[in-house]
Design a protein around this ligand. Structure first.
Ligand SMILES: Nc1ncnc2c1ncn2[C@@H]1O[C@H](COP(=O)(O)OP(=O)(O)OP(=O)(O)O)[C@@H](O)[C@H]1O
Ligand SMILES: [Mg+2]
Length: 245
């Protein structure tokens, strides 16, 4: 049985989609069958981060309405073995569809090692739909004050939804900015209130790869490449040192 992980943040723009795509690619490339699901209905962009925007035909709404089977709706990545993608619908799902999603996540857990659910920003219905079937959450926060407070609130919501394992990914870390703000990683961890799964530096390659619609794992990155690889390895149960920033 695979693990379903919701990637969430509360605050928008912390890097959930970029992290989902990168972690999913590294998991797949180390041999884990991995399904990345865009849960950001209407505002989807995980397809672009994975370089798949021209290849997607169906979305999870098509499965929930019975139009296609889960196997038919999923797109296999053309160059990254073991990586699969499921798009979000172009319209916001109704209550019934949102409720049906947890059962669908359960189905996917039977055929994938990892199911990564790229949550929309906020703690509204889209977030709850994404979290409903998840057995683990990764909260993506930056060192930004608003991101920390929203991250803390998100952790509380995830606990209320009875998600047992909640981990923190601190993204876009810039030592220069942290020094200026007199902030350190411990402050971020203490404020958000979840155990660390990894730290990813501010790295221009992440945005470049996203804009060019090339998966980061194929584009390359100076700092973020190893850091995302480390997060994926930890999810697979390996021990990896945090490294320097
Ligand atoms: N480590 C990083 N270094 C530099 N840029 C990054 C990093 N992580 C993400 N970005 C960039 O930040 C922007 C926002 O990222 P992304 O779209 O993944 O955030 P999000 O949390 O999914 O946003 P939303 O809440 O709108 O869904 C993108 O341009 C992305 O390329
Ligand atoms: Mg996003």
């Amino acid at each position: 049985m695979g693990t379903a992980i919701v990637i969430t943040s509360g605050k928008g723009g912390t890097g959930k989609t970029a992290c989902t795509a990168a972690i999913g690619s590294f998991l797949a490339c180390s041999g884990s069958r991995t399904l990345c699901v865009d849960m950001d209905a209407a505002l989807r962009n995980l397809d672009m981060a994975l370089g798949l925007s021209q290849r997607v035909t169906f979305d999870y709404g098509d499965i929930l309405s019975g139009r296609v089977s889960p196997e038919e709706a999923v797109t296999a990545h053309p160059t990254l073995e073991n990586l699969y993608f499921l798009s979000a619908p172009t319209e916001l799902p109704d209550d019934a569809e949102a409720e049906g999603f947890a059962a669908l996540t359960e189905t996917f857990r039977q055929s994938y090692d990892f199911v990564l659910l790229d949550s929309p920003a906020g703690i509204g219905r889209g977030f709850r739909t994404a979290a409903a079937g998840a057995d683990m959450a990764i909260v993506v926060a930056t060192g930004d004050l608003a991101s920390l407070r929203d991250g803390q609130r998100t952790v509380q919501e995830l606990r209320a939804l009875d998600i047992q394992e909640i981990r923190l990914l601190v993204n876009r870390v810039s030592p220069k900015v942290y020094r200026k703000l007199k902030r350190n990683l411990d402050d971020v961890i203490d404020t958000v209130g979840a155990r660390l799964i990894g730290v990813v530096s501010e790295d221009g390659s992440v945005a470049e790869a996203g804009n060019l619609e090339i998966p980061l794992i194929e584009y390359g990155a100076k700092r973020a490449w190893d850091q995302f690889d480390n997060v994926a390895a930890r999810l697979r149960g390996e021990k990896r040192k945090l490294g320097r920033f």
